[in-house]
Design a protein around this ligand. Structure first.
Ligand code: GLN
Length: 282
């Protein structure tokens, strides 16, 4: 059998088991086994598959059929053009979260141009903190997480992208471990309503850490707690950027108005036109 034939068969198996984007997913898993980029795979499709390759590929396809996300199987995910190491202890970075990074980069480039101290709260694999550090050479970043397993992953991602000197990892609850106030707080906190967790796809509900997803009964528990802590952890004229679910814009803005009555509060929509980020400019 050739690599091309093995790929076609695997894509068929994934599709038959209800996996979307079966061909792309099969390609990703095969490339992972062979250590090839896309172009290299395409120029190798006529090669014969060795028995070892066939066995390894089939094992990964079986894992994907159980709905384990490809990012956990390969241990990698791309975010903001950067490759991140991943494990089951952290949420898989989503493309939507790139909007949070873009807005933070905008603010750092227009408002906090001299010095820029940032807190990334609930950093997980460190995707947001590392993307900010790579794109903002003048920024220093505190990245917090309550999970020590998450901090191990984010630490290795800081090293991989050579930003360990400007990203300080801190274990603790929300802003609790912050040693000094910052100009900008960014956070992609858990915001899924507890009752809706089971309705998510099995990739999410069975495999991703509920600690990183569940925002309590109304989904806003962690966001509300962070707002309660934000004021005393912000420098004068500081800002807060929060990722939210598409139906939380109004509730989060109302909450923000209670904590920050004199601030400019707004919602930013994502590439699908859905509410995705709430910004608070104090
Ligand atoms: N966007 C994620 C999802 O619904 C939720 C992430 C989060 O709770 N911060 O899959």
């Amino acid at each position: 059998m050739t690599l091309g034939e093995a790929l076609a068969q695997a894509a068929k198996d994934l599709a038959a088991n209800g996996i979307d984007d079966a061909r792309l997913e099969a390609e990703l898993l095969l490339r992972h086994i062979l250590g090839l980029d896309r172009v290299a795979l395409y120029t190798s499709l006529e090669q014969t598959v060795t028995p070892e390759q066939a066995a390894a590929f089939s094992a990964l396809i079986q894992r994907r059929i159980t709905r384990e996300p490809a990012a956990y199987i390969t241990g990698h995910k791309e975010f903001f053009g950067l490759d991140f190491q991943l494990a089951r202890s952290v949420l898989i970075p989503r493309p939507e979260t790139e909007l949070l990074v873009e807005k933070a980069i905008d603010l750092a480039g227009t408002v906090f141009t001299q010095s820029c101290l940032i807190a990334d709260v609930g950093t997980g694999c460190g995707a947001v903190a590392v993307a900010l550090a790579v794109n903002l050479p003048h920024a220093r970043i505190y990245a917090t997480d309550i999970s020590s397993a998450a901090l191990e992953i984010s630490s290795s991602n800081c090293l991989r992208h050579d930003v360990s000197d400007r990203v300080t990892l801190l274990q603790g609850d929300l802003l609790g471990p912050l040693p000094e106030p910052v100009h900008l707080i960014v956070a992609n906190l858990p915001y899924v309503r507890r009752s809706e967790l089971v309705e998510l796809s099995p990739e999410i509900s069975k495999f991703e850490p509920h600690l990183a997803l569940s925002g309590g009964a109304d989904g806003l528990r962690m966001i509300g707690r962070l707002m309660g802590q934000a004021g005393r952890n912000l420098l004068p004229s500081g800002a807060v950027l929060l990722e939210i679910a598409h139906d939380q814009g109004q509730a989060v803005c109302e909450m923000a108005r209670r904590y920050f009555p004199d601030s400019e509060i707004g919602v930013v929509v994502d590439f699908s036109g859905l509410d995705r980020v709430v910004s608070i400019l104090t």
